[in-house]
Design a protein around this ligand. Structure first.
Ligand code: NAD
Ligand code: ZN
Length: 252
């Protein structure tokens, strides 16, 4: 592993145009469970049902219970992996982060250019009357009731602006992600099983354009074979080591 970390640091030292792609795994050490993987949520819930548009419309209460059990009660904070990436942006190596996560932990850690492929919890829309809520308002409601209700029209369909199963990905974010991937000279995947479309697509694209592909993940993925450097382990341990190594190499 040390050898691989050194190789990545050597690559980054030349300040290539670096794009980081993150999945749920990067937030695991912040206490947010992943869906897949050995300790994933899949064993307890069926996210494809709970977090699908039809499932939500059938049973919004079940969705909010899921939120309470995952994001909400944890008050999750960024972990060393999020901070390492924002540090790499500050020293002008990482140009953007493409994420499938909806937890906003990259932004909390100081990353500025974050492309959210699956939206985020920042805003919540009333599907019935169109009223828009800030997440904090909904969070308050959830302290008193399991099922938040629209103040204006009493609808029970308050949906966070996250992309549910059965919904298309946001066009603008997709476009930006594509542009960034095409520009990248180094493309780093962190904490993604690379099975959800379009996650699997991006490393291929980057590779086609000649980028160096790096994988940092706890478990092997189906796409391991296309990566130039693979480091298996916890993102929160590996990424800070890369930053440290890079600093040593650059002599500060
Ligand atoms: P995923 O398919 O990308 O799988 C997570 C991967 O992370 C697994 O391969 C696992 O081995 C790896 N991993 C686990 N802990 C890790 C660690 N400490 N360091 C490095 N790698 C680690 O993601 P998913 O869980 O199947 O989620 C599917 C979609 O659901 C995501 O794309 C996301 O949109 C959404 N989701 C978001 C969050 C969040 O916002 N934090 C959490 C769960 C799911
Ligand atoms: Zn309403």
């Amino acid at each position: 592993m040390e050898r691989e970390i050194e190789k990545v640091a050597e690559l980054l030292k030349k300040k290539p145009y670096t794009v980081v792609f993150t999945g749920a795994g990067i937030s695991a050490e912040s206490g947010i469970p992943t869906f897949r993987g050995s300790t994933g949520l899949w064993s307890r819930y069926n996210p494809e049902e709970v977090v699908s548009l039809s499932g939500f419309k059938k049973n919004p209460e079940r969705f909010w219970q899921f939120v309470k059990d995952t994001l909400f009660k944890l008050k999750a904070k960024p972990n060393p992996a999020h901070y390492a990436i924002s540090e790499l942006e500050k020293i002008k190596i990482v140009k953007s982060v493409i994420t499938q996560n909806i937890d906003r932990l990259h932004q909390q850690a100081g990353s500025r250019r974050v492309i959210e492929l699956h939206g985020s919890m920042e805003y919540v829309d009333c599907l019935s009357c169109g009223k828009v809520y800030k997440w904090e308002e909904i969070e308050k409601k959830l302290n008193f009731q399991l099922l938040p209700i629209c103040d204006f029209c009493k609808s029970i369909y308050l949906k966070p602006r996250v992309v549910f199963f059965e919904e298309p990905l946001p066009e603008e974010a997709m476009k930006e992600a594509l542009e960034e991937t095409n520009k990248s000279e180094v493309f780093i995947v962190v904490g993604s099983s690379l099975v959800v479309y379009p996650a699997a697509h991006y490393p291929y694209l980057a590779k086609k354009k000649g980028a160096n592909l790096i994988l940092i993940n706890k478990e092997p993925t189906d796409l391991d074979f296309i990566f130039d450097i693979k480091i298996f382990g916890k993102a929160g341990e590996i990424l800070p080591k890369i930053v440290e190594k890079l600093k040593n190499l650059s002599g500060n």
